[in-house]
Ligand binder design. Sequence first.
Ligand code: SAM
Length: 285
Amino acid sequence: IFNKDLGQHILKNPLVVNGIVDKAGIKPSDTVLEVGPGTGNLTVRILEQAKKVVACEMDPRLAAELTKRVQSTPYQRKLEILHGDVIKKDLPHFDLCISNTPYQISSPLVFKLLLHRPFFRSALLMFQREFAMRLVAPPGDKLYCRLSVNVQLYAKVTHVMKVGRNNFKPPPKVESSVVRLEPYNPPPPVDFAEWDGLMRIVFSRKNKTLMGNFKTTPVLTMLEQNYKTYCAANDLMVDDSLDIKAKVLELLQSVDMAEARANKLSIDDFLKLLYTFNQAGLHFC
Ligand code: SAM
């Protein structure tokens, strides 16, 4: 009866349901966005504490079941159901997000939430354990990757609790974890396209040194091209004698990172690196 393609794994353990709702820190004045309410096990608990719940559900059958579940209860008027794919929807203002997330949309959901404005206070999200551990991984951890830094750039991410697969019906193949995202407001003043361009290079082979990743022909060609475009766009003289490889090495050495490896560097290190390159007219997009 449950649709695997939609990641339908219903939380059947009330202790876990209550645990998630307790950890969310709902205030009576809060509007809560719930992604994928399913049959509503979390929803009814959230409704007890929040001012309003906006629940986005893709499966019309489950949306109907949830509507029925709150019908002629005091919670009916506090619940608004959005039908359809949360990734494609314009989301209303909300204070908190709570979701036992359909795992197929983990990554797009995280980025959709981080780009959402106005800012929300926090999001409590259930993910596959490995995805969750990537989100929270610190520098040096073997799961530390581009996803970790892209998310940690915009939000404080913490691991809240582990949830075993047998708390779900049907049980998913892997274990799960709940994480909390608290967006930094204001966000760091970085151009994400620049940041992402740099991260793609330094994490392309994350156990290599930064110079090792920078000195490939495609990377150097791209940097040189961007340099010329940047000069042209800003009425600057192109330095024709520029040896791009030597310049890159010089910049990396100036911040003592030529021999560093991305998997050991912090967000602050990467911000410093990006700033150094940009100051020298080198751009990643
Ligand atoms: N919240 C319920 C619970 O904890 O028991 C169900 C969680 S189940 C893991 C995920 C739910 O998200 C399912 O109800 C599924 O139909 C819904 N869903 C899947 N993809 C979706 C999408 N793109 N947008 C909105 N809902 C989606």
